[in-house]
Design a protein around this ligand. Structure first.
Ligand SMILES: CC(C)(COP(=O)(O)OP(=O)(O)OC[C@H]1O[C@@H](n2cnc3c(N)ncnc32)[C@H](O)[C@@H]1OP(=O)(O)O)[C@@H](O)C(=O)NCCC(=O)NCCS
Length: 386
């Protein structure tokens, strides 16, 4: 049977809007109420009481760990932090590469170097996910240093995931507040239902491809400015706006030209993204500490004016709006923002692909065919336009 545009047997949802593609117990979004839960725990509770390592366990195993379980997972992550096999490649990458391309390529390379690459057992799949979760901070930090002409730093196993990342990035142990904020950043980005990159990773694993291919697909999808790449663009936009007074004229022109304002809007949320609410608080706190830095003030004005202009359509700040301001205050390079999102989301991608494999079915949608039928084949020498 061919599917034609006239067929009424099928429903077409552009961008798969509203299409249910899987059953999952990992995270839930109530877009009208602005609620996000991981395994039944609200994001606010987790940001307040938990830490990223615990979230990794929660997402992967479905429940909070006991102390020994958490210790075992934390030790595994520490064991996997080093990435000697990848270092010659990371050193050889062009210094002007986008760190997100480095992340994508490095995870793909992990599939080549993994000692268990031909073992497709459930247990080893879980280990492969943990390897990616553990190595991503080292990959991002090492490349950031190498491109600046600095030597990469060995991981410090006395530090937790967030602390160690900042240490490997900056070469000094972070202060308490910076480490806390990075940990919260990791918690907030760890999972988000059936988003584009998670779906992408799931499509890949549904062919019974391997964990690294699947996570590489997720990273490639996250990179785009309509998804995780928005955080980097938000900062560029705020810098371009430059002053609080320029917010209105800048936005008027952008909206007039029907440009998408980065860090606003969401396929699922019509209410304020709960992650943005948490990050806004930290953006404000860090902004107040930095005399003369107007980013937060400009950002707040952008939010205020956007809500006035398009808030009624349900276009509100999303997670990427304030995360850029926070990361900038932590001294992190703009093009490292999306890789930080990837570091965190690797736990979510891993959880979803392992869950999906429990009752796998190949993803294979169809398209409405609107091309021609019954074409007559003309030999090349008889075609016009030679
Ligand atoms: C996230 C996003 C892709 C969701 O898009 P979507 O569900 O496909 O929604 P649409 O693009 O169909 O937008 C619906 C309407 O809202 C408007 N809209 C959505 N996001 C907007 C934004 N960021 N700025 C201005 N207008 C926006 C669209 O122009 C459209 O208006 P119309 O109905 O008058 O044509 C979109 O909001 C966007 O591009 N945001 C900016 C990028 C971003 O921050 N991404 C990170 C998401 S966490």
């Amino acid at each position: 049977m061919s599917i034609s545009p006239e067929s009424d047997e099928i429903k077409y949802a552009k961008g798969l809007e509203g299409v249910i593609a899987a059953i999952s117990g990992i995270s839930f979004i109530d877009g009208d109420q602005g609620i996000l839960v991981y395994r039944g725990f609200s994001i606010e509770t987790l940001a307040k009481h938990s830490n990223y390592e615990e979230i990794v366990y929660l997402l992967l195993h479905g429940e909070l760990p006991t102390r020994p379980e958490l210790e075992e997972l934390t030790n595994k992550l520490k064991e996997y932090r080093t990435c000697e096999a990848l270092m010659p490649s990371i050193r050889s990458f062009p210094k002007d590469a986008h760190p997100m391309d480095v992340v994508r390529s490095a995870v793909s390379l992990m599939g080549i170097y993994c000692p268990d690459k031909f073992d497709f057992s459930k247990e080893i799949k879980m280990q492969k996910v943990l390897r990616v979760v553990a190595k991503l901070p080292s990959i991002v930090a090492s490349y950031d240093r190498i491109r600046k002409g600095l030597e990469p730093i060995e991981p410090d196993n006395s530090l937790n995931h967030a602390e160690n990342f900042l240490y490997m990035l900056n070469g000094e142990k972070p202060d308490e507040l910076s480490a806390k904020i990075m940990d919260i950043m990791f918690i907030l980005h760890a999972d988000h239902g059936m988003n584009a990159s998670t779906f992408s990773a799931m499509v890949t694993i549904s062919t019974l491809s391997d964990v690294y291919s699947s996570l590489t697909a997720g990273i490639g999808t996250l990179k785009g400015p309509l998804h995780g790449g928005a955080n980097e663009r938000v900062l560029k936009m705020l810098r371009e706006i430059k002053s609080v007074d320029n917010v209105k004229p800048w936005l008027d022109e952008a909206l007039e030209e029907r440009r998408k304002i980065m860090g606003f809007g969401h396929r699922v949320y019509r209410a304020y993204d709960p992650r943005a609410k948490i990050l806004k608080k930290y953006a404000k706190q860090l902004g107040e500490q930095k005399q003369g830095d107007l980013l937060f003030e400009i950002g707040e004005k952008v939010e205020e004016y956007m809500l006035e202009k398009v808030g009624a359509k349900g276009i509100q700040p999303n997670v990427d709006f304030y995360s850029g301001i926070v990361l900038n205050h932590l001294g992190i390079a703009t093009d490292v923002f999306t890789p930080i999102f990837a570091i965190s989301r690797s736990a979510g991608w891993g959880s979803h692909i392992l869950e999906y494999l429990e009752s796998n079915r190949l993803f294979r949608p169809r398209a409405i065919y609107n091309g021609p039928y019954h074409q007559e084949y003309i030999e090349i020498e008889n075609r016009e336009g030679e």
